[in-house]
Design a protein around this ligand. Structure first.
Ligand code: PLP
Length: 362
């Protein structure tokens, strides 16, 4: 990637949506970042341009064989009006791991972060101010070469688009209901589960649809071989508190390694509460529930930060967790992480990147 970015500003700014009624991923800002890759040359032509539809050859590899990866993170508006990012370097590291899995070219992580900061500088007015709102950042890479053979493309584009999003919890943090999926699987060891790539999400739609029809907001995935061990939930990693011990499924090659998951593990270690990373079976969970030892269940991910689970349905057996109320640990983790993100608590683990104040009032 060349570090010089050309900027072409739009002359027709959009009317911003009302912050009170922002949905997730429905509105996009005035500009986007693009850079092109050509095999043998590398990344070139980094540019910030007006947000607009893109033109691709109908034979572009991305449409047929799914050679594409993405990331997701947020920019937050602090009370002092500064704009803050939570561990963005981790997202670009993970993007490179996903790119490698899909035989796509590596990006320069430092250039990518600089490009994002440059785009945010142009779009800073789009970072909403209302409590709980943020500017969702979606970097993604697509294979653009027109070729119907199954082979890695020789040309790619890396984009960053931005979307103002509303509060995940409109009426405060509340527990969700989850259906344990026994038929479909999301990923298996050796597959692409640990990469943020489109195919994983397309293959999950069927199970998600069935769960929604039964009133469950997410599915919990089990391992692809025995349907025995817990993997993760929708687009969140999962944690359990059993008899005082905090446990999360270990990284096994099929689970997506969340940055929120990693942060929770590090934060708990910092507090002196170690997290056990190991295999957790549904049987173990059911036993813990039956003996009254399943204290808390919560999902972790950029969108909700912490999502407490109030009910699990495993083959028709309903397990209520903590009487459907948000657990103490879930609440404490949610409060601490959101305060660090917003600058209301000391960032003692050095997780936040602030948009340089020299950028303000450009
Ligand atoms: C993105 C994602 C997560 C959560 O990752 P974060 O970095 O914490 O947002 C978990 N599982 C899946 C399948 C994901 O796509």
């Amino acid at each position: 990637m060349t570090s010089k970015i050309t900027i072409n500003l739009t002359d027709s700014r959009k009317v911003k949506p009302k912050e009170e009624s922002l949905a997730f991923g429905r509105h996009f800002t005035d500009h986007m970042f693009i850079t092109d890759y050509v095999k043998g040359i590398g990344w070139q032509n980094s540019r910030i341009v007006p947000y607009a539809p893109i033109t691709l050859d109908p034979a572009a590899i991305v449409f047929h064989y799914g050679q594409t990866v993405f990331e997701g993170l947020k920019a937050y508006r602090a009370k002092d009006n500064s704009i803050r990012l939570f561990r963005p370097e981790e997202n670009f590291k993970r993007l490179n791991r996903s790119l490698d899995r899909l035989c796509m070219p590596q990006i320069d992580e430092i250039d990518a972060l600089e490009s994002l900061l440059e785009l945010l500088k142009v779009e800073q007015d789009w970072v909403p101010t209302l409590e709980g709102t943020s500017l969702y950042i979606r970097p993604f890479v697509i294979a653009t070469e027109a070729f119907l053979g199954v082979a890695p493309a020789t040309t790619y584009q890396f984009y960053i688009i931005l979307s103002p999003v509303g509060s995940y919890y409109e009426e405060g943090i509340h527990p969700i209901k989850i259906l344990v999926e026994n038929e479909f699987v999301r990923a298996v060891k050796g597959g692409t589960g640990s990469a943020k790539t489109a195919g994983n999400y397309a293959s999950a739609l069927k199970a998600q649809e069935t769960a929604s029809a039964q009133g469950y907001s997410q599915v919990m995935w089990l391992d692809g071989i025995e349907r025995k061990y817990i993997e993760e939930v929708g687009s969140m990693n999962i944690f359990f508190k059993i008899d005082g011990e905090v446990i999360t499924p270990e990284i096994n090659g099929s689970i997506l390694e969340g940055i929120t998951r990693k942060s929770i593990i590090e934060l708990l270690a910092h507090w002196g509460t170690p997290v056990t990373e190991r295999k957790v079976s549904m049987e173990e969970l059911a036993l813990a529930h039956a003996s009254g030892k399943l204290e808390e269940v919560f999902g972790t991910g950029t969108a909700a930060v912490i999502s407490p689970v109030g009910e699990l349905n495993w083959n028709g057996t309903i397990m209520n967790v903590n009487e459907g109320i948000t657990g103490e640990l879930s609440k404490k983790l949610y409060d601490t992480l959101t305060k660090i993100q917003l600058g209301d608590e000391t960032d003692s683990l050095n997780w936040v990147t602030e948009l340089s104040s020299s950028y303000v009032n450009m």
